[in-house]
Design a protein around this ligand. Structure first.
Ligand code: MRU
Length: 342
């Protein structure tokens, strides 16, 4: 299952807004369509957003006609700006665009820059899948045979270049022949848990129980859950984590009930330029995501709504951050910095 792929000069992606009801592939040949697919969450999940943006840059570059490198880079700027103005929280998006812009600047002539941009996007995709497999193998050390694991949102193949992060850890544990059971929180408002994570787990043959978000405290307090594992959209230098709205609730409830709370993410989701989670921009999305469920209204017309897509979990609630460079525990400030030095 490939959430996103470069196929014959186009970007092919699974429209995740239509899952699990129907499998629809989109073929995009305009970078503006890529920006809109990211905004509308047809492609979503921090690593997948970064890869989509990188391929979006390659696509935008293919369409540029320019007589000089200077003209080309000037015309590439609006492509990068359009892609960056889509979703503000996942740092993978901005890191991917930075990388692509550096490649464009380093290139010699227009034809070679176009080739180099596509090669870089492919490299980014391959690197992410490799990182996910590696962090998943590390993370699986934390999972014992017979564990029941709670997870939130969707962090699987759909959210990444492949394999997944938090869901990757669960897959790796199962591949090591450990019996695992997953409690999947539905993840209102857009139901990534109910729609996407259950869909993936069924394909991997991993047993699960779907619960409403409001039930998480109940199950955490009953001794039914051995650990919680979630992904991340951005990890600040002190270990604070931005992830899908509701993650903070889970972390506090896990601590209250003595349940380990793990974050699994590639180092491409770490942003050392921000000292704490307070500095991470939180995306605010449209009211209709809260007033409607799958297009059906559930509230009176015109009610006031708030819809932050992410929340911040302070690092003190996080038992460990699982990355492709290893498992990181407190003190996060030094240990996260070390990851980028070594
Ligand atoms: O709004 P989404 O669906 O893009 O949010 C996704 C998450 O919060 C994931 O947990 C995170 O991006 C990590 S995906 C490997």
């Amino acid at each position: 299952m490939k959430a996103i792929e470069w196929v014959s000069g186009k970007i092919r992606l699974i429209d995740q807004t239509r899952l699990p009801w129907e499998m629809v592939f989109l073929e995009l040949d305009d970078y503006r369509e890529v920006a809109s697919a990211i905004k509308e969450m047809q492609i979503r999940g921090a690593p997948a957003i970064g890869i989509a943006a990188a391929y979006g840059m390659a696509l935008g570059a293919q369409g540029i006609e320019a007589a000089s490198k200077e003209e080309f880079t000037a015309k590439l700027r609006p492509v990068s700006e359009t892609l960056s103005a889509t979703r503000p929280t996942a740092v993978n998006l901005f890191k991917a665009l930075e990388r692509m812009n550096r490649v464009a600047e380093a290139g010699e002539d227009v034809a070679r820059i176009k080739e180099a941009l596509l090669a870089e996007a492919k490299k980014l995709e391959e690197e992410n899948e490799a990182a996910n497999r590696k962090l998943s193998t590390y993370g699986a050390e934390l999972i014992r045979d017979g564990f029941t694991i709670m997870t939130h949102c969707n962090t699987g193949a759909l959210a990444t270049a492949g394999y997944g992060t938090a869901l990757g850890v669960i897959r790796a544990a199962k591949e090591q022949s450990k019996a695992v059971h997953v409690f999947v929180s539905e993840t209102r408002p857009l139901l990534q848990g109910a729609r996407l994570t259950t869909w993936e787990l069924a394909q991997y043959g991993i047993p699960f129980t779907l619960i409403a978000d409001t039930m998480t405290g109940h199950f955490l307090s009953r001794g039914r859950i051995d650990c919680v594992i979630v992904g991340a959209d951005r990890i600040a230098a002190n270990g604070d984590v931005a992830n899908k709205i509701g993650t903070y609730n889970l972390a506090v409830l896990a601590r209250e009930n003595g349940v380990p709370f793990y974050v699994a993410a590639p180092t491409s989701s770490i942003d050392l330029s921000l000292s704490s989670g307070d500095e991470i921009p939180i995306e605010e999305r449209g009211a209709e995501e809260v007033t409607h469920v799958s297009g059906v209204p559930i509230a009176p017309v015109g009610v006031g709504v708030a819809n932050p897509a992410f929340d911040i979990t302070p690092h003190r609630y996080i038992s460990a951050i699982i990355t492709e460079k290893g498992i990181i525990r407190e003190p996060y400030v030094e240990r996260l910095r070390k990851v980028f030095q070594g």
